[in-house]
Design a protein around this ligand. Structure first.
Ligand SMILES: N[C@@H](CCC(=O)N[C@@H](CS)C(=O)NCC(=O)O)C(=O)O
Length: 317
């Protein structure tokens, strides 16, 4: 939070790269890496979506935390991601079988004794060196896209193809600032003016997407790319959470015909629906931010069926 009441996201700290080059410190081997996620978190979910789209489930394990933040250390005020103690404590959340940690915080503390940053997900973990390799989703997705191609079930899937890279980078830039992070800027603003600024930018950007998606199936053309996954993770949370919890209430995604059908289209790409757990999403946001929802009441609406038919096949005919 800045003095002017704006929400500013801090940069990630662990920034090593896994590589397909055998001589590298973090060589892309099957069974060596593990991805810690929260189904609630859009940044973690985009990594999980890449893992599914590349067919890496048998090579990289995944553990999901409990949705609602809890105290991470006795006697301290910090609240964050925790693991359940058994499989059935909180369906969808898994105990940390790999390291026996009770919290994501412990993984950071194992990896760096003087770590002072936030204890965020996603965490990409190296079992061999018992350390966090990387905790920045935009980098993790790039590694999953290219570096595991010798073992991935779908090496031909390229979500960042060379001929679209500059366009993807350009789209990611405004989508990140105005939409992915824009909803957080609306939700966590502590003053009216930065909220209004973020709100305007958000809806201008959504209008821009709506217009682009009126003449092509995906945001960078007629092929699914990284930019679609990045946009999707915010759109799928929008009507259920951001409209209410983050005061993004100019319009619902389902009032935009192209954006809504596009959200359903991406949801129905094989593998993607299994990365969306709406129960975790709602319980996390409404339950973990007492500063903006002090009683933790979870709104009952809207129960949207994203598996319902959509009209996006019109671009492939
Ligand atoms: N730069 C990170 C951001 C990840 C992030 O902000 N994750 C949030 C959940 S959506 C988190 O774990 N927050 C924990 C906290 O703020 O203490 C990425 O994109 O990977």
């Amino acid at each position: 939070m800045t003095d002017t009441g704006e929400f500013k996201r801090t940069a990630s700290t662990f920034r090593s790269f896994i590589s397909r080059d055998k001589s590298s410190e973090f060589y892309a081997e099957s069974g060596r890496y593990h991805l810690y996620i929260s189904y609630a978190c859009p940044w973690a979910s985009r990594c999980y979506a890449f893992l599914k789209l590349k067919g890496l489930e048998d090579d990289i394990g995944v553990t999901s935390v409990k949705p609602k933040w809890e105290r991470t250390k006795e006697g301290e005020d910090h609240f964050g991601w925790t693991f359940p103690t058994s499989e059935d404590e909180d369906p969808g959340a898994d105990p940390d079988k790999l390291n026996g940690a009770k919290t994501i915080r412990e993984l950071y503390e194992f990896s760096s004794s003087n770590y002072t940053g936030k204890y965020t997900v996603p965490v990409l973990w190296d079992k061999k060196n018992k350390t966090i390799v990387n905790n920045e989703s935009s980098e993790i997705t790039r590694m999953l896209n290219t570096e595991f191609n010798d073992i991935a079930k779908y090496p031909e899937v390229d979500l960042y193809p060379p001929h679209l890279q500059s366009q993807i980078d350009e789209v990611n830039d405004w989508v990140y600032n105005a939409i992915n992070n824009g909803v957080y800027k609306c939700g966590f603003a502590k003053k009216q003016e930065p909220y209004e600024q973020a709100f305007k930018e958000l809806f201008n950007a959504l209008n821009r997407c709506e217009e682009i998606l009126s003449h092509q199936q995906y945001i960078c053309g007629n092929v699914l790319t990284e930019s679609d996954i990045r946009l999707f993770v915010t759109l799928i949370r929008f009507d259920e959470v951001y409209v209410v919890h983050f005061k993004c209430n100019k319009k619902l995604v389902r009032e935009y015909p192209n954006l809504f059908n596009y959200t359903k289209d991406i949801y129905q790409v094989p593998g993607i629906s299994s990365t969306v757990n709406m129960d975790h999403i709602k319980r996390h946001y409404y339950g973990s931010h007492p500063s903006i929802n002090s009683y933790g009441i979870i709104p009952l609406g809207s129960d949207i069926d994203y598996s319902a038919p959509h009209d996006r096949a019109r671009f492939t005919q």
